[in-house]
Design a protein around this ligand. Structure first.
Ligand SMILES: Cc1cc2nc3c(=O)[nH]c(=O)nc-3n(C[C@H](O)[C@H](O)[C@H](O)COP(=O)(O)OP(=O)(O)OC[C@H]3O[C@@H](n4cnc5c(N)ncnc54)[C@H](O)[C@@H]3O)c2cc1C
Length: 657
């Protein structure tokens, strides 16, 4: 290592990409410095913050906790009249809230913790693009196994020790996964009926539904019979009897064992899960003992083991990459100080102290889909016409930097319930309520759940090779992100929102561009939704509408049986395709921003090659959500963890050559 270098690798960002990679490189014997703009949520002065971080049910509060949130305001449209039709649009900010976490762990510190493996086609697509079979799904699977510590499949967890494992799960990795089913759910009659009736209306098989709730299959079968005979009274009577007599809870333990073999049909991370083409599923969470676990925790564990190898420099806002005489990236300039980035919920107006970190081997950017392209552009890498207006001299012209930005389209069908959910009785979503104390004491609490009661996947039209819709029932009023959205979730306990996520969107017309040369200013972001997209907008729009119609079918019985009082959004008065399309255009949002520095050849606007190297620049890689050519899977974080594990392999192999 040259005398003046501080480390082998400097990594900007400690989120899903950067945190995973840094930990693995340090374990691999490398000296790593992580530059992270934020601080550690658990040592912040606000005592509520640690609960917001740790308690699964508080994740929306975490995303709005002023200590760690970076609030981007993004446009969905260039057309101002269309943009203003979105009730979430904040005029004086010029955009719609897009929460990000500027903290140790990045967005893994506030996300909803859902871990779902991407679909095989996502990886096979990159393999074809790069002509590199190490990207093929069969090869990428080893990274999932390497990172996961599955804690919710006890039978296979035991048998894998003697070499028996058909699941594809990892058992000894660093990322714990759990599937909570709190007992309280079985005591809320309305909730039980909501899950049962919705799942039956979807066509779910009784044994699978029974497994989701860990209740006996005959109970679901008799409810199905009641529905068939149009005897809602029978359903109510059975549920009431079983809940009141306490039988549901008693039978549960037996059911858990009998039905564990059904997990392969419901567990989205089991290789045999049929939901790639559509079906019910549960949503595994990245928690350890029902407490959030993310790259913050991973990094601190590795740092404790290898204090000499892993240095985490917090409150360090990277401002540009710098280069040596041979044009090789050799370090990062940063500003030392708290809350320096102006997207911070409470930005500081201090200038920060200018410092540098030098790396003997490489600089790796992992600031996320908005910040990585910003940092590349600030370093003179990007489209000439977007750099020169800000006086930034072009080091390497790469037209793809900040282009190709992609996301899901999401929408909610929001219904008010006749009565508040019993499971949320007394819930204040803070540390002073009994549900919190129950979570802290036993972890068998509704607070162990992230709010999702039931989930399913579906192909939006016949002929699609795989499912492209993910629908999830939330016990909350959730209609996207806007300042204060988390308070609504915490205080209103009489809502059911079916969130619809459109995966594999066609739209790739979004962009991230500089608004100024000041590294503390957030960039301009526009996703160019639907008609502004250069791709097939109709297919995306039709798919979202299909998702809304699907979940409406699931709530129809609940309205008839009086559990739901009224559909508030989009509202029953909107029925035609045209009306629903208007609603979707005006209200959709996303939260899996990605693909803004894509893998691919330069002539196709690629920014990095299949080994994460920035084209035409030595010593510089990108490892985060930006690198996907197309947005992967239903939920993105698993794919990011997996590419970061792959990047560690690639980098360690490079140094041993
Ligand atoms: C509200 C919400 C809920 C979500 N829930 C889920 C979910 O349940 N499941 C799922 O799969 N995905 C979910 N996601 C998405 C997922 O968590 C993110 O896509 C993922 O964490 C992105 O990983 P990343 O490494 O690209 O960036 P991040 O995790 O955002 O990490 C980037 C890090 O870089 C730091 N940084 C940025 N710029 C600089 C700079 N200049 N200098 C120093 N540091 C810098 C940031 O502070 C941050 O810590 C959610 C996202 C949101 C917003």
């Amino acid at each position: 290592m040259p005398e003046e270098a501080d480390c082998d690798y400097v990594i900007v960002g400690s989120g899903a990409g950067g945190g995973t990679l840094a930990a693995r490189l340090a374990e691999g014997g490398k000296r790593v410095v992580v530059l992270e703009a934020g601080g550690d949520a658990l040592v912040a002065p606000d005592p509520g913050l640690s609960a917001d971080y740790e308690v699964p049910a508080f994740h929306s509060l975490a995303s709005e906790n002023a200590e760690m949130s970076w609030n981007f305001f993004v446009r969905h449209y260039a057309d101002e009249a269309q943009q203003r039709r979105d009730p979430k649009y904040i005029l004086d900010k010029g955009g719609v809230l897009y929460p990000r976490a500027g903290t140790l762990g990045g967005c893994t510190a506030h996300n909803a913790m859902i871990l779902m493996r991407p679909q095989d086609a996502d990886w096979d697509g990159i393999a074809a693009l790069t002509n590199d079979q190490s990207w093929a799904a069969a090869s990428m699977q080893k990274y999932f196994r390497r990172l996961e510590e599955c804690r919710y499949r006890p039978l296979w967890r035991s048998t894998h020790k003697v070499g028996l494992d058909a699941t594809g799960h990892g058992w000894d990795g660093w990322l714990p996964t759990e599937h909570p089913t709190p007992t309280a759910v079985l005591q809320d009659k309305a909730l039980l009926r909501t899950v049962l009736e919705s799942a039956l209306a979807y066509g779910g098989r009784p044994k699978h539904i029974a497994k989701i709730l860990d209740i006996p299959a005959w109970l679901v079968a008799s409810l199905k019979l009641g529905m068939k005979l149009s005897l809602p009274g029978l359903i109510v009577a059975i549920v009431d009897f079983l809940v009141d007599s306490g039988l549901v809870s008693k039978l549960r333990e037996v059911a858990v064992n009998i039905q564990s073999r059904l997990d392969d049909q419901l567990d989205p991370n089991d290789l045999r899960w049929p939901g790639d083409t559509g079906g019910l599923c549960y949503t595994p969470l990245t928690t350890r003992q029902h407490t959030r676990f993310g790259t913050r925790d991973r990094l601190l564990e590795v740092q404790a083991r290898f204090p000499d190898r892993l240095r985490i420099e917090m409150h360090a806002l990277a401002t540009r990459v710098f280069f040596d005489d041979t044009d090789r990236a050799c370090g990062v300039e940063y500003l030392k100080g708290e809350r320096l980035y102006k997207a911070h919920a409470q930005p500081s107006y201090e200038q920060g102290e200018r410092r540098e970190i030098r790396a003997s081997q490489e600089v790796i950017l992992a600031g996320g889909a908005f910040n990585t392209p910003q940092l590349l552009m600030l370093s003179g890498i990007g489209r000439r016409d977007t750099l020169e207006p800000y006086g930034i001299s072009v080091r390497r012209e790469l037209n793809g930097v900040g282009q190709n930005l992609q996301d899901r389209y999401e929408i909610s069908v929001v219904s008010r319930t006749a009565k508040p959910w019993a499971v949320l009785d007394g819930a204040l979503f803070n540390t002073s309520d009994p549900l919190y104390r129950e979570w802290a004491r036993t972890k068998d609490s509704i607070y162990a759940v992230n709010g999702a009661a039931l989930a399913l996947t579906k192909a939006s039209r016949p002929g699609r090779a795989s499912a492209d819709l993910f629908c999830m029932a939330l016990l909350a009023r959730f209609r996207g992100y806007w300042p204060g959205y988390s308070k609504e979730i915490a205080t209103l306990h009489n809502y059911l929102s079916w969130a619809v996520l459109k995966a594999h969107t066609a739209n790739r017309s979004g962009f991230v561009e500089l608004k100024s040369a000041d590294p503390r200013d957030p960039p301009a972001i526009n996703f160019h939704y639907f008609d502004e997209s250069s791709e097939d907008a109709d297919d995306d729009l039709a798919a979202v509408i299909d998702g809304m119609r699907t979940v409406r079918r699931l709530t129809a019985n609940l309205r008839r049986s009086g559990i739901l009082a009224e559909e508030e959004l989009p509202g029953e008065h909107l029925q035609s395709n045209e009306q629903l399309a208007r609603f979707v255009r005006d209200n959709a949002w996303g939260h899996h921003a990605s693909c803004s520095c894509a893998i691919g050849p330069v002539e196709e606007n690629g920014v990095v090659d299949g080994e994460f190297r920035v084209h035409g620049i030595r010593g510089l890689r990108v490892v985060d959500a930006s690198v996907f050519p197309r947005i992967p899977g239903f939920f993105i974080v698993c794919a990011i963890y997996m590419i970061a594990e792959k990047a560690a392999d690639v980098i360690l192999a490079d140094t041993s050559r």
